[in-house]
Design a binder for this molecule. Structure first.
Ligand SMILES: NC(=O)c1ccc[n+]([C@@H]2O[C@H](COP(=O)([O-])OP(=O)(O)OC[C@H]3O[C@@H](n4cnc5c(N)ncnc54)[C@H](O)[C@@H]3O)[C@@H](O)[C@H]2O)c1
Length: 296
């Protein structure tokens, strides 16, 4: 997609972090942006920021883990600006805990937002793109969609699923000569509110075992981290750097978008393990990696 002026974008999880920065960056390119999020006050703030800068945006409260809510978001977008040309399925939550310790409601919450949110977003917005023979979908996965590590089972599972889903989608879009572009965004560590994901956990998913910021993650540096995890995150890449990369990836119709390369050796080691058809020899731990500042 070369010309962004007057195009329509929907960004989920747009009230904070990577989504917020991308909504602002797209608006600066002349895109009409529908910012969607479950949290109203920061949603209002980003819409205000965009309009104060002369851009066009509306904010819609939506829960991406709920099909009715995502379908209503699509209807509101159609009504306000017309069918979406760009959809960024980006809303996400993180929580720690070993596979044995995390309760089912926490699994359902993580997979509901991180995976079903992406599936619902594609099911809602893709049909109109296919009809028009154009559009671009960005799904936010993670380096945790390419590496496994202890204490992050639900998150790793959701992000591996998003990678596989998005790669399949891209192949189908190319095979069908649809004109719809696809990007799989795989951030490393980005200084956002992801460590405070608990703020958005609905009551029905509360029974869920240990959380990332409670430091109760077996066998990892996180076990002793306490609030150090929040400090470590604050020192990472800024969301506006990622947003610029996303805009460029849409422009170039680029599929894999890794925000940096510090995990490449770990990903290579993991691929070598897979190719050996044996038992993994490598072990990755993303949280430890972050505390080492990306040094492996
Ligand atoms: N920050 C990182 O280091 C990092 C690394 C890899 C991947 N990611 C991914 O990037 C994406 C954006 O996260 P972020 O880091 O900007 O975090 P963030 O917490 O700053 O932003 C996430 C946004 O999603 C919203 N959200 C949560 N549940 C929702 C729901 N049910 N419906 C709608 N919106 C909901 C939150 O309110 C928030 O505004 C996520 O998918 C995350 O997994 C982040």
């Amino acid at each position: 997609m070369q010309d962004f002026t007057g195009k329509v974008a929907v960004v989920t999880g747009g009230a904070s972090g990577i989504g917020r920065a991308t909504a602002v960056a797209l608006a600066a390119e002349g895109v009409l942006v529908v910012v969607a999020d479950i949290e109203q006050p920061p949603l209002d703030a980003v819409v205000e920021e965009i309009t104060a800068a002369g851009g066009d945006a509306i904010g819609i409260v939506a829960d991406v883990s709920d099909w009715e809510s995502v379908d209503a978001l699509r209807a509101r977008c159609d009504e306000a600006f017309g069918a979406a040309d760009i959809v960024m399925n980006n809303a996400g939550v993180a929580g720690g805990g070993s596979i044995s310790s995390v309760e089912l409601p926490a699994w359902e919450w993580t997979l509901g937002v991180n995976l079903w949110g992406v599936i619902y977003g594609v099911k809602a917005f893709l049909p109109a793109m296919l009809e028009r023979g154009s559009g671009h979908i960005v799904n936010t996965a993670s380096i945790a969609g390419h590496l496994t590590s202890t204490g992050m089972g639900a998150y790793n599972t959701s992000k591996h699923a998003v990678s596989g889903f998005t790669e399949t989608l891209q192949q189908e879009m190319v095979a069908g000569d649809t004109g719809v572009g696809v990007t799989c965004l795989c951030p490393g560590f980005v200084a956002t509110n992801i460590v405070n994901s608990e703020r958005n956990r609905p009551e029905r998913y509360r029974e869920g075992g240990p959380d990332l910021d409670e430091g109760d993650v077996e066998g990892t540096a996180l076990a002793d981290s306490g609030s150090a995890i929040a400090d470590a995150y604050a020192a990472q890449m800024k969301p506006d750097v990622v947003a610029a990369q996303v805009v460029q990836a849409i422009r170039d119709n680029r599929f894999w978008l890794f925000t940096d390369d510090f995990a490449d050796d770990m990903i290579r080691a993991r691929h070598a393990d897979i190719e050996s058809h044996g038992t993994p020899a490598s072990r990755s731990h993303l949280v430890e990696l972050m505390f080492r500042g990306g040094d492996q």
